[in-house]
Design a binder for this molecule. Structure first.
Ligand SMILES: [Zn+2]
Length: 253
């Protein structure tokens, strides 16, 4: 994992690498997840996995206790007792060649792709054929993993989309880079009202917003495939939707 996703390439505020597990323990079955939460910890235990690869960190802020009476401590206890190791690849996976943004760009068949930001976050490239924003939004809803709230977009539905930026996870900081890269649309998540309005009013690329989890999940089959090929281990991609948003109701007309 450290070879494909070097820990030194993670953001300085990030917390990546081995979190739990004896380095000498044998691993036959690995579960790949976006979030290490009670449900995915339970899934790993039920599947008899010896390791979890998680995109999001479990222990992100400093902790003074992993008592089982705390949220994260409960997970730590259950995993150690079940003999399950935990490894996190977060911002180091975002920027990597076999990483989260490459997997996201693959969904749209983006050609001639380049990193979106100077740090290597995000990608920008060209669609196989241009299409109006309304159709592109439907395409995004089709190729991204399904969530209850689907995909929404900001911008003129008739705007033609040829050049597309993708920025997995929280993408507010990527909007100016998408504009500078000449993108017609940016696929991302977690964009606040004021960011979106100011960006669109300034003539920036259309914003196509999916659930945070949905923009990162496409990496899981990729990392699972790498691990299977290199080590001959069994890999399982979690299908549990760990996005916190579980309901969507369209407004009355
Ligand atoms: Zn994320």
């Amino acid at each position: 994992m450290d070879e494909w996703y070097p820990p030194g390439t993670a953001a300085s505020w990030d917390r990546v690498g081995l979190v739990l597990g004896e380095p000498d323990a044998r691993v036959h079955r690995i579960l790949c997840v976006v979030d290490i939460v009670p449900q995915t910890a339970r899934e790993a235990l039920d599947l008899g996995a010896q390791m979890i690869i998680s995109h999001h960190p479990l222990l992100f802020r400093g902790v003074s206790s992993v008592a089982p009476t705390t949220y994260a401590g409960r997970i730590v206890h259950d995993l150690i007792r079940g003999g399950v190791a935990l490894h996190v690849a977060h911002t180091n996976a975002d920027i990597a060649a076999d990483g989260v943004n490459e997997a996201l760009a693959d969904l749209f068949g983006l050609a001639g792709r380049e990193p979106l930001t100077p740090d290597g976050l995000g990608r920008v490239g060209t669609l196989p054929s241009p299409l109006p924003l309304a159709d592109f939004t439907r395409l995004a809803a089709t190729v991204l993993p399904a969530t209850p709230w689907g995909v929404r977009a900001a911008g003129d539905p008739a705007r033609m989309i040829a050049r597309v930026a993708v920025s997995s996870g929280s993408g507010s900081q990527s909007l100016p880079f998408a504009t500078a890269a000449g993108a017609d649309a940016v696929v991302t998540s977690d964009i606040k009202h004021h960011y979106a309005s100011e960006h669109i009013a300034a003539g920036g690329p259309a914003i196509v917003e999916a659930a945070h989890w949905a923009t990162e999940w496409p990496w899981l089959p990729r990392v699972a495939g790498l691990l299977r090929e290199r080590f001959g281990v069994e890999t399982i991609v979690s299908r549990l939707r760990t996005d916190p948003w579980t309901l969507h109701a369209p407004s009355a007309e």
